[in-house]
Design a protein around this ligand. Structure first.
Ligand code: UD1
Ligand code: CA
Length: 457
């Protein structure tokens, strides 16, 4: 079997954060999720994550997609990549190939993982190490080879001789081992090194004594092993991730304006010829149809947007927008807002847990919460659904072709039947039957000579 062990127990102190490093987000998904996805997509049989003090949060994030091994972290407790892998010994079978990844290299591709494991399988190696040539290799373990170019060992930066420091080929921290040999070598590790840790990389030195070959597999694109140790690198890696994701949408026919400013979460679906303008975020489980215009500064999360929809500078969360509708600028669709077809929601309109049927219009400055609006309902400027009495929420229903005049206040629950007409400025507390006009306001009085009486001639 092919199994992956992902090391994610470290404290990530350089992140200076209360959040575990591997749970920091890149394009709205945890760093660790990218490695888990790449592992699963490269068809490994089992993914084991070594967790530390972040155990609860990591388990909450990934549930039963992976298996977990807990590493105690603290003063006086052994530490090191070799120690961490050893904790997963029970998962390491004699005939398994064990791929070990660190938890902070989210740009690694499934193609690379597959290539590395294929090489290990085909050549029946003791181990195969993913390496890269770095102009500046400082900080990394060096790949030391003999005169014939055969792999000899890996030496950590802090343990390198002056000669070894000059080596530009580095250990990516990603490697695959024959299970039986790995278990054997893990049990021979010691802490005789500058950091007093059990180094996984010492496994290679130990396996030198064994019959068989250790080989290297060199990366073609060094970007893939950019690691994240602090928030500067977090931003750098996110930039690459954003570009990769955005390019995949552009290849599929989506138009992105200033793509470096647009964040799209992996897994979002967007139809062809839809245009996404700058500074927009499209997140979560969102689907957008074809020929839409998603205007600048929009944020869409977990929403379903049909075809030919226009959205300008708006916030949309867990809402549905039907074909031909338009939203914004500066509108807010909150959870369970549903606009059917050709609905118009204009500036400063908020919709929550409400359905607006085909052709309904709310052009400006309105709050529509907990309501069902029929076809072609007109919601004028300033309409408010007073859906909350301080304790409970109430729902109102408005029939087809009803007209809600400016500044109407609907004190829910209210039923307005089809073609009901609510006069501007009315506070509606009783139901309105089909075709009725409801007026609720005191009669207007005009008082002559008022200005002069107050201010003089
Ligand atoms: C490691 C390699 C080095 C390689 C580099 C690539 C070793 C000894 N060195 O060094 O050759 O060039 O990666 O980035 O393996 N972790 C645990 N438990 C532990 C120790 C570490 O889960 O007890 C996790 C950390 O959270 C981290 C990863 O393992 O995600 C790597 O550990 P780290 O100590 O950062 O190794 P490096 O010094 O980067
Ligand atoms: Ca280290």
């Amino acid at each position: 079997m092919n199994k992956v062990i992902i090391l994610a127990a470290g404290e990530g102190t350089r992140m200076k954060s209360n959040i575990s490093k591997v749970l920091h987000k890149l394009c709205n998904r945890p760093i660790l999720s990218y490695m888990i996805d790449a592992s699963i997509e490269s068809k490994v049989d089992e993914v084991i994550v070594i967790v530390g003090n972040n155990e609860d949060q990591v388990k909450e994030a990934f549930g039963d997609r992976v298996k977990y091994v807990k590493q105690e972290i603290g003063e006086g407790i052994p530490y090191g990549t070799g120690y961490a892998v050893k904790l997963a010994e029970d998962f390491i079978g004699d005939n398994d190939n064990i791929l070990v990844l660190t938890g902070d290299v989210p740009l690694i591709s499934k193609e690379t993982l597959v290539g590395l494991m294929d090489k290990q399988n085909k050549e029946n190696n003791l181990a195969t190490v993913l390496t890269a040539d770095f102009e500046d290799p400082s900080g990394y373990g060096r790949i030391v080879k003999d005169a014939k170019g055969q792999f000899k060992k890996i030496v950590e930066h802090k343990d390198c001789s002056p000669e070894e420091l000059k080596v530009k080929e580095i250990n990516s921290g990603i490697q695959v081992f024959n299970g039986e040999k790995l278990r054997y070598a893990l049990n021979k590790l010691d802490i005789n090194n500058s950091q007093g840790e059990l180094y996984l990389t010492d496994v290679f030195g130990i396996l030198q004594e064994e019959k068989g070959k250790i080989d290297t597999y060199k990366l073609s694109d060094n970007e893939e092993i950019m690691g994240i140790n602090d928030k500067i690198q977090l931003a750098q890696v996110e930039k690459v991730m954003r570009r990769r994701i955005n390019e995949s949408y552009m290849r599929d026919g989506v138009i992105l304006e200033n793509p470096e400013t647009i964040t799209i979460e992996k897994g979002v679906k967007i139809g062809k010829d839809t245009i996404i303008e700058q500074n927009t975020k499209i997140l979560g489980n969102t689907e957008i149809g074809e020929d839409c215009l998603i205007g600048m500064n929009t944020r869409i999360n977990d929403a379903k947007i049909g075809n030919n929809v226009t959205i300008f500078s708006s916030f949309i969360d867990q809402a549905i927008v039907g074909d031909g509708s338009d939203v914004g600028p500066f509108a807010r669709l909150r959870p369970k807002a549903e606009l059917k077809e050709n609905v118009h929601v204009g500036n400063f309109v908020e919709v929550k847990n409400a359905v607006l049927d085909d052709g309904a219009k709310a052009g400006h400055l309105a709050y529509i919460g907990d309501a069902d609006l029929g076809k072609r309902v007109n919601v004028s400027c300033g309409v408010i659904f007073s859906n909350y009495d301080g304790k409970n929420k109430f729902r109102s229903t408005i029939g087809d072709d009803a007209f809600l005049g400016a500044n109407v206040n609907i004190v829910s629950p209210i039923n307005v039947a089809d073609k009901g007409f609510l006069a501007a400025g009315s506070t509606i507390t009783r139901d309105v039957a089909e075709g009725e006009l409801a007026v609720e306001r005191s009669e207007q009085k005009n008082i002559k000579g008022y200005y002069t009486r107050k201010f003089g001639e």
